[in-house]
Write a protein that binds this ligand. Structure first.
Ligand SMILES: N[C@@H](CCC(=O)N[C@@H](CS)C(=O)NCC(=O)O)C(=O)O
Length: 418
């Protein structure tokens, strides 16, 4: 038997064991996945058309002209407009645009990878903006988080930290010894390639507890028109099956619940022992490992007390230093934590545009009917495009006023001399 055959054998054996029900489920899942992908693509295309900013839209408009040119001068090569590589076309130079999950009522992100990137951006003091894409986009690697920086996509939390860090000349780990780097590397791998899947296992086994535990508002998160109950059902059906399949693929899903919980406790024990009574993992200042631990521990600490979660309970009982570590980072780098959880606003760290208040005031001054709450909140969700437009109008107004003023002054000056 060749090596390849040896490797293939268990897979084939598994497949033979697969019963008809599994096959039917698998088929249904494939249909769902392809529908979801199509929907995502359509939604992305619709969004692109709506904002009218992407090069894709430009490319469509350019097609008839290109065809004419080709007909009249066949030898002239037709320059095809490049496909858009980013969603944010009107980006500001050196601002990081972060695509992640929506907020929930008790955590800035229910994904440890997304929370990791946002926390790192805050610690590194890098200017960033969250893009409210309502879970419509994924990176070219098919995942969240990803960022766009100066018109380029960077995907995967570790790659983002490395590349964005290099761009801004920011390396929180520069002072670490080779031994400390190894500890950081091994601990990160344990959390992201082992512990994370234990968390995904819990979530997929308990989809309702996950929704309640993280106080997730699916309608808000997805901006779906579906009734909340139906949305919840769809979520339970699709998320659960897909996630359990992935958890099985990691090897964790084959164990019993007790065994999996014990594996999670062992991972947490490593963190408890490595941190000890130090403020941060490698001394008085946080490093990237602190960001990774914070983002994973947060996923346990915040789970609502009403929801049963054995690993959370174990950590609260045995890992006081981890909880303190979490609280310290939260207080220092998330002064707006409560606000973002209350409002679900993705950009509480940015100054608010004054537009909504001005609009409401203007209408009242004009004697128009009082602005209702819905309208104010809709205005508050002013898009970048609208903000830009408003700024343009303001700039023009200011220009006009300055011009009028100088014209009046010019008229008055000769009078004074006379
Ligand atoms: N290695 C990646 C992992 C990211 C990841 O697993 N993201 C998950 C969410 S936690 C994801 O996007 N899954 C696909 C989906 O939700 O559609 C990273 O560090 O960013």
């Amino acid at each position: 038997m060749s090596n390849d055959e040896k490797i293939a054998t268990p897979v084939v054996a598994d497949e033979v064991k697969t019963n008809n029900k599994d096959v039917a489920e698998e088929k249904q899942q494939l249909i769902e996945e392809s529908t979801t992908n199509k929907t995502n693509e359509n939604e992305a295309a619709a969004a692109a058309e709506t904002n009218g900013k992407t090069q894709q839209v430009d490319a469509t408009a350019a097609e008839p002209a290109a065809a004419d040119a080709a007909a009249s001068a066949k030898e002239t090569p037709v320059a095809k407009a490049p496909k858009p590589t980013v969603h944010k076309i009107d980006f500001e130079k050196d601002v990081v645009y972060l695509y992640q999950f929506s907020r929930t009522a008790n955590i800035p992100s229910p994904s440890c990878f997304c929370l990791k990137v946002e926390t790192w951006l805050r610690m590194a003091g890098i200017k960033y903006q969250n893009v409210d894409h309502k879970l419509k986009f994924r990176s070219s690697k098919g995942q969240l988080p990803f960022v766009e920086l100066n018109g380029e996509e960077i995907a995967d939390s570790a790659v983002i930290i490395k590349e964005v860090g290099r761009h801004f000349n920011s390396d929180m780990d520069s002072h670490l010894s080779a031994e400390q780097r190894s500890v950081a590397h091994a601990t990160t791998a344990m959390l992201e390639n082992h512990f994370h899947w234990i968390d995904v296992w819990w979530r997929s086994k308990n989809p309702d507890s996950m929704l309640d535990g993280y106080k997730m508002d699916l309608k808000h998160m997805t901006d779906s028109k579906m009734p909340a109950a139906l949305l919840k059902l769809v979520y339970r059906m699709t998320f659960r099956r897909k996630a359990l399949k992935k958890v099985r693929a990691t090897g964790i899903g084959v164990h019993t619940a007790d065994e999996i919980i014990k594996m999670g406790q062992d991972d947490l024990q490593v963190l408890i022992d490595t941190l000890g009574d130090k403020p941060y993992f490698f001394g008085d200042e946080p490093t990237i490992l602190d960001v990774v631990v914070f983002s994973n521990v947060a996923q346990l600490v915040v789970v609502d007390k009403q929801v049963a979660h054995p690993l959370r309970d174990w950590m609260l009982e045995n890992g006081n230093n981890l909880v303190q570590h979490f609280e310290k980072i939260k207080e220092k780098y998330y002064p707006d934590w409560e606000e973002m959880c209350q409002t679900l606003d993705l950009n509480t760290h940015l100054p608010k545009p004054p537009a909504p208040v001005q609009e409401a005031e203007k209408k009242e001054q004009n004697g128009e009917t009082k602005v209702d709450a819905k309208e104010v909140s809709a205005t508050a969700a002013t898009t970048d495009k609208e903000e830009e437009k408003e700024k343009q109008v303001e700039d023009e107004k200011e220009k006009e006023t300055t011009e009028e003023k100088s014209a009046t002054e010019a008229e008055e000056k000769p009078k004074e001399t006379n």
